[in-house]
Design a binder for this molecule. Structure first.
Ligand SMILES: [Zn+2]
Length: 336
């Protein structure tokens, strides 16, 4: 059972104290999941910001108010970004420009942000179409997915220009207190979590969330990738932290009960893997697998996430020898 130590519901754009020197800043994002939690940490002479929000006029207004009123125009010492997704990195360059603070990220998240902000070349578009078509999606859906305006076009108008590298296993000082950096793969290639050992606090980003299972996706540029193996490994690694840890997630409420949450997340993936072992006894297309796992009424955005996540489960099963993939134009998956 998870417990939630904070009863008050945060309001958009109004920092709320969650721990000594740590404030949750809830910001709007244009998804079904309507918010992201950013963190404002008291630092020596000023503040450190963790994650930046999805770029929008509203975010600009809210940040301007927070920097002036709440932070009292004190210096921003660091902008730490957990990973490259638009709701996390979107306002980073705007904030860096505005405050003169340096953006801190893992190297791979920095590079991936720059890659994600590029338009696809014609050749990339062809390869991305093939990725969907081979998974059994129809021409109409593929066309719509191809024309869909991605989150980076609006949400990340500029990737951070310069940055300081965060390295797994090292620590970063915030207010003269050491936060241990833990780098994980699975949800994104080099996601950073920050762990304060003495105070048993974990800023978990999207790696562990209280209510939803973070998206684990195979991307079109690495179709044989096995991100689910990486993600499950990260859950094992996080389970070495104390169960008393207070978790500060990017979506949902601050919670206690880390180990229970890790077990539920892990069991959820293993349940899906078992489901696919039975479902694919007779050969199935990727689209059939998506519908088996997530139903057939997905929005376009969820269809693209569902494609990546269904493929992540199938690739995991192929890797451990439980599944075979045949076909060229459209793949067929069959349990061994
Ligand atoms: Zn994310």
């Amino acid at each position: 059972m998870l417990t939630f130590p904070i009863d008050t519901k945060p309001e958009f754009g109004i920092p709320m104290k969650v721990e000594e020197g740590i404030f949750l800043l809830k910001m709007p994002i244009p998804y079904t999941l309507d918010h992201i939690n950013l963190w404002l940490l008291r630092d020596v002479e000023g503040w450190t910001i963790v994650d930046s929000g999805f770029y929008s006029e509203e975010s600009v207004l809210l940040w301007n108010k927070v920097l002036t009123d709440f932070c009292d125009n004190e210096p921003i010492q660091k902008i730490i970004i957990t990973h490259f997704h638009p709701d996390h990195v979107g306002m980073a360059q705007w904030l860096a420009h505005k405050t003169n603070a340096t953006v801190h990220m893992s190297q791979i998240e920095y590079l991936t942000t720059h890659m994600a902000c590029q338009d696809y070349s014609d050749e990339q578009k062809v390869v991305r179409c093939q990725y969907f078509e081979r998974f059994g999606l129809g021409q109409e859906e593929v066309g719509k997915l191809q024309n869909r305006i991605g989150g980076y076009v609006v949400g990340v108008p500029e990737a951070p220009i310069s940055y300081q590298r965060l390295v797994d296993g090292e620590s970063i000082l915030i207010n003269n207190e050491a936060w241990h950096l833990l780098q994980f793969s699975g949800h994104s290639p080099g996601h950073i979590c920050l762990h304060h050992k003495q105070r048993d606090l974990l800023i978990s980003g999207d790696q562990v969330l209280p209510n939803i299972s973070p998206n684990i996706s195979v991307n079109f540029n690495e179709p044989e990738g096995n991100p689910l193996a990486d993600y499950l490994e990260s859950l094992d690694s996080l389970s070495t932290l104390s169960n008393e840890t207070t978790v500060l997630p990017s979506h949902g409420r601050v919670f206690n009960g880390l180990r229970e949450r890790l077990t539920v997340l892990k069991d959820g993936h293993h349940k899906s893997l078992d489901q696919l072992r039975s479902f694919c006894q007779s050969g199935r297309s990727g689209l059939e697998v998506i519908e088996e796992l997530y139903g057939n009424r997905l929005s376009l955005f969820n269809l693209s996430l569902g494609t990546g996540e269904a493929m992540a489960h199938l690739n995991y099963l192929i890797e451990i020898g439980d599944m075979s993939r045949t076909g060229d134009a459209v793949y067929q998956y069959k349990t061994n």
